[in-house]
Design a protein around this ligand. Structure first.
Ligand code: URP
Ligand code: ZN
Ligand code: ZN
Length: 455
C-alpha cells in the first residue's frame, strides 16, 4: 500500500460508514479495517467525512468569449478545482466552421496536458457541421474518449448557435454512436427582440440582461429540445437549467421514461434575478441569468426529490475591468461567473445544514456525472476506482472571499458567503493536491479521462 486514510466516515451516494481506505498505485486497493501500516503513509480522518472527489461537468477554461478570454486558464482553473475538492473537470472545447472534432479537442488537450492539476475530460461544442462531414467524425471521437457533444441553441450572432435541423442531426448521430448531446437552451430571436427594444428605450443596466432573457425565453428552448429528443428517442443532457417551466417539461419527459438528464448550477440555487438590481449586478451576468424566486424554489425541490441529476458550475469568470465594459450597456458584459472552487463546498454545506443528505450531495456532484458521462474509474469510493478523494471537516467554518480562492480572477460573486464545513484535503489518484487552504499539487499531474460510450 502507498497510503491509508483511516478512521473517517466514508460517504458514497448510497451509504455512510466508518472504515479505512487503502490506496495503491493511485487506485482504491481496499476498504476495511486494521490494514498493516508498516512503511505506509497514514492520514487520520477521525471526525471527518471521506468523499469521492467532485466532478465538475461544466467549465469554460481559457474560453474565447464576449470579446475576451475567460480569466482562468487550464492551470489556474484546475488549481482552483483541486482546492475545492473537484478532482475532474469537464471542459468545453469549441469546434468552429472548417475544423474537425479531433483537431479541436487535440489542440485543447495540448494546452491542458502540461497545466492540469486535476484530471480532465472534454465535451466538444459543435457549431458547424462542415456540410455534414462532422457527423462522420463522431465515431472516431467516441473511440478517442469524447462521448458527449454540446449544442448552443443561443449565441446566434456569435456564430455558435445550431438550428433545429442541425440539432436533430447531432442528436441522432450521438445516439447512433453511443454519445450524448448537451444543450444550452435559450431562444436567441426572443433575446434579440428584447435587447433591441431595451437599447432603443435607453434601458441599459444589468437588470435588463435578466429582462431580455426571462423565464419563458429559456423555457421555450428547453421544451423544444426536450420535444425533439423525445420524438427521436435520443438522450439529452440539459446544461445549467435555471427556470421552473423548462425544468417541469424536462422532468415530465424524464418521468415518462425518456433519457433526459438535468444539470443545474450553484448560482441558480443561491441567487435570484434580484442580484441584477445591485450596483455590481454586471458581475452576476451569465447566461441563462438567475431567475425569480419561484424558479429557485423549483430547482431546490427537484434537487431534494431526485429529479435533477447533476450540479456543475459553468465556471467562466471574467476580470472586473472586463465586466466593467458593460457598466452602461448590459450587452457588452462578458457572460459568465466563477464557481469551480465553490461547487462541492457549497453543496456539502447545504447538506451540513440539512437541506439534502451528504449522500445526495455526492450523487449530484460526483457519482451521477461519472455515470452519465462514462467515467468508469471515477465517481465513487469503491475498490478498483481511482483514489480521487476529499477529506471534509464538517466543523470547519469558512467564508468565501476572492482572497482565499485559488483562481486567477479578481472578484467573485460568492464573496462573503458563509459555509458550514469545508474540504481539508484533496487527493487526485492518491496524490495530495490540496492541504488545509494550500494548493500542494503539481501542474501536469492531471490526466485526460478517456470515457466509454454512453449506454
Ligand atoms: O454565461 C455563461 N454561461 N457563459 C459561458 C458560456 C455558456 O453559455 O455556458
Ligand atoms: Zn451555456
Ligand atoms: Zn457553459
Amino acid at each position: 500500500m502507498d497510503l491509508i486514510i483511516k478512521n473517517g466516515t466514508i460517504v458514497t451516494s448510497t451509504e455512510s460508514y466508518v472504515a479505512d481506505i487503502a490506496i495503491k498505485a493511485g487506485k482504491i486497493a481496499a476498504i476495511g479495517k486494521e490494514f498493516s501500516e508498516v512503511g505506509v503513509e497514514v492520514v487520520d480522518a477521525y471526525g471527518k467525512l471521506v468523499l469521492p472527489g467532485a466532478i465538475d461537468a461544466h467549465t469554460h477554461l481559457a474560453m474565447p468569449f464576449g470579446g475576451t478570454v475567460s480569466a482562468d486558464g487550464y492551470l489556474s482553473g484546475t488549481r482552483a478545482a483541486a482546492c475545492g475538492g473537484v478532482t475532474t473537470v469537464f471542459d468545453y472545447p469549441m469546434q468552429r466552421k472548417g475544423n474537425g472534432i479531433l483537431d479541436t479537442v487535440e489542440s485543447r488537450k495540448a494546452m491542458c496536458d502540461p497545466e492540469a492539476c486535476v484530471d480532465y475530460a472534454f465535451h466538444c461544442i459543435i457549431t458547424d457541421l462542415n456540410d455534414d462531414k462532422i457527423l462522420d467524425e463522431f465515431e472516431a471521437a467516441v473511440d478517442y474518449g469524447i462521448t458527449s457533444f454540446k449544442c448552443f441553441l443561443v449565441y446566434k450572432k456569435e456564430g455558435m448557435m445550431v438550428d433545429d435541423a442541425t440539432l436533430v442531426k447531432i442528436l441522432l448521430k450521438a445516439k447512433e454512436t453511443g454519445a450524448i448531446t448537451n444543450i444550452h437552451a435559450e431562444n436567441p430571436d426572443l433575446i434579440d427582440l428584447n435587447i433591441e427594444q431595451f437599447l432603443r428605450e435607453g434601458k441599459t443596466s444589468a437588470w435588463y440582461h435578466y429582462l431580455s432573457r426571462p423565464e419563458f425565453v429559456e423555457a421555450e428552448a428547453d421544451k423544444r429540445a426536450v420535444h425533439l429528443a423525445k420524438s427521436i428517442e435520443a438522450p439529452l443532457y440539459i446544461v445549467h437549467m435555471a427556470d421552473k417551466e423548462g425544468l417541469e417539461a424536462a422532468v415530465a419527459a424524464k418521468v415518462e421514461g425518456h433519457e433526459i438528464y438535468i444539470e443545474t448550477c450553484p448560482q441558480y440555487l443561491e441567487f435570484t434575478c434580484e442580484v441584477y438590481k445591485r450596483e455590481d449586478g454586471r458581475n452576476f451576468v451569465c447566461s441563462p441569468p438567475m431567475k425569480a424566486q419561484e424558479s429557485q424554489d423549483a430547482l431546490w425541490h427537484a434537487i431534494k426529490v431526485g429529479l435533477i441529476d447533476t450540479v456543475a458550475t459553468d465556471h467562466c469568470p471574467f476580470q472586473s475591468y472586463e465586466k466593467d465594459w458593460g457598466k452602461d450597456d448590459f450587452t457588452k458584459i462578458p457572460n459568465g461567473c466563477a464557481g469551480v472552487e465553490n461547487l462541492y463546498p457549497y453543496m456539502l454545506s447545504a447538506a451540513n445544514e440539512g437541506k439534502i443528505t451528504f449522500n445526495r450531495a455526492v450523487e449530484l456532484c460526483s457519482t451521477n456525472p461519472a455515470k452519465i458521462f462514462g467515467c468508469n474509474s471515477k465517481g465513487s469510493l469503491t475498490v478498483g476506482k481511482d483514489a480521487d478523494i476529499v477529506i471534509y471537516d464538517p466543523n470547519k467554518e469558512f467564508t468565501i472571499s476572492v482572497e482565499n480562492m485559488h483562481s486567477d480572477y479578481d472578484h467573485t460573486i460568492w464573496e462573503g458567503k458563509k459555509l458550514h464545513g469545508y474540504p481539508v484535503k484533496t487527493f487526485v489518484r492518491g496524490n495530495l493536491v490540496y492541504n488545509d487552504g494550500e494548493f500542494v499539487g503539481k501542474p501536469g499531474i492531471g490526466q485526460f479521462v478517456k470515457r466509454v460510450a454512453h449506454k
